[in-house]
Design a protein around this ligand. Sequence first.
Ligand code: PMP
Length: 351
Amino acid sequence: MTPRTRADLDTIPAYIPGKSFPGAIKLASNETTLGPLPSVRDAIADAAANANRYPDNGHVTLIAALADHLGVATENIAAGCGSVSLCQELVQATCNDGDEVIFAWRSFEAYPVVTQVGGATPVKVPLTADHGHDLDAMLAAITDRTRLIFVCNPNNPTGNALTKAELERFLDAVPSDVLVALDEAYFEYNRSDADGVALFRGRPNVVVLRTFSKAYGLAGIRVGYAVADPAVVTALSKVHIAFAVNAVAQAAAIASLAASGELLARTDGVVAERNRVRDALLAAGYEVPESAANFVYLPLGTRSGAFGAASAEAGVLLRPYGDDGVRITIGDPAENDAFLAFATSTEARSI
Ligand code: PMP
């Protein structure tokens, strides 16, 4: 006899992270190419030297630094072991069995996973023909079982950004007892006018999710945060696994916030490279949705898998998504050139 586990786990899709192999150019996980600043490395080392002690489960210093940085009250902030864990906590905090969670599809692949793990039902609303959120269809999908809506802005993997006006119209139409999670994992690369924290002000059913994994370059350290109404923050604290944000992560995030000017300045180079890569792909005849993130997307349909495999053969790892498309993280200029050399090759063009 094997131990009995939940029968419905078989129906939950596996989260498939970007793969790598030695020597590969990895453009598969939307990481930054630059390592932590010296000040951040020092903070990591100091925290590691005290690893015999439990971390601060209230994340007091980190939350104070975030509150200062964002101009919100400390009561409005929750920290998590990466923002993906906050996605899971939001489902746990809002849904009973059979309640519904709405999100666009395709979008961040953890949404269906955390929804089903939480015993809730995913309601996937197809993207528009130009690969953006169909906000009207998402509104139409709301039922009396809807508890949570994820809006990924910019959308992973397609890169599109919603405008402030589009989001305001949407948020004003959502019933006030339904929580809307504005997932802004790529906020720092977005040059459009939408700022989740500004949209959150005066809207207690909005929660903004951000992360230190992308522009702040701490993907390996695992820390993200939510900005929300104090009642939502309290609910998140109830489902939070104690000590999930470890001491090294907290110290690294605090030191990164102290260096935010320098870290955010780096995003300009990524944005310039993103635009260069997109222009080159457009010139080569690819369809490329406009991206507000640190990646671009090629809606290659059934050619996606073969394109990803051939690129990996050529030493450049991308992220294919079934029969939908392929996402390419913006790396440093040489890495991007290696990808463009593949993408414009006869081999790639003939897939
Ligand atoms: N949201 C989106 C849209 C993402 O793309 C990611 C990472 N791929 C996350 C959340 C989670 O990031 P992390 O857990 O590293 O903070």
